[in-house]
Design a protein around this ligand. Sequence first.
Ligand code: DC
Length: 229
Amino acid sequence: MKVITIAIDGHSSCGKSTMAKDLAKEIGYIYIDTGAMYRAVTLFAMQNGLITDAGIDEDALRNRMPDILITFQLNEETGRPDTYLNGVCVEREIRTMEVSKYVSPIATLGFVREAMVELQRLMGEAKGVIMDGRDIGTVVFPNAELKIFVTASADVRAKRRFDELTAKGESCNFDEILTNVVERDRIDSTRAISPLRKAEDAIVLDNSNMTIPEQKAWLLEQYYRVAAE
Ligand code: DC
């Protein structure tokens, strides 16, 4: 079996990370959630007063970029990697609605993207990785052997996000989540640098009407097809 790079891109809240994490566990690959990296930068900006009602203090954030250290560490209990910001586990903090609200504008900033892409390339240079995000197949690893582009209807995605937050005990509002999903799609797809788009050689998966086990089986099949070539 060849050791390959797997790029999973697509719209927000369409279950990319669930699929990617499960596949990584199954085939012993390293899973990297690049959205978590942009979320960690956003959390850092929030914690340091760089996001206010007046907006994002871009100059201050640019100056503070060297102070942001993002790492992943396997959580033995869940079998999945947790995100660490400057040595502190922030897995829960980066998934709040507050962070979701600011992450897309943060991810449009060129200096943030440059720093994240450099880190992502370093993390994935040895192959044997599954990276999920928006620009993995187009910008970070354009030579990835397997590229998947995942999508689902905005309603289905908002419902999944709502269920996820409710299960965690967070109070949330469906309409607010739907608005956030649609708004993030808009910002992610229309930004000037590395907009969300399908790589020409990516395979599209619309999982609106698929169960998690069905998606898992589909993805595993794609992996074997490419890695066994
Ligand atoms: O996958 P997610 O919802 O956790 O991603 C959070 C945000 O980060 C999303 O709005 C777009 C941005 N993002 C990005 O611009 N590029 C990536 N490779 C991953 C995420």
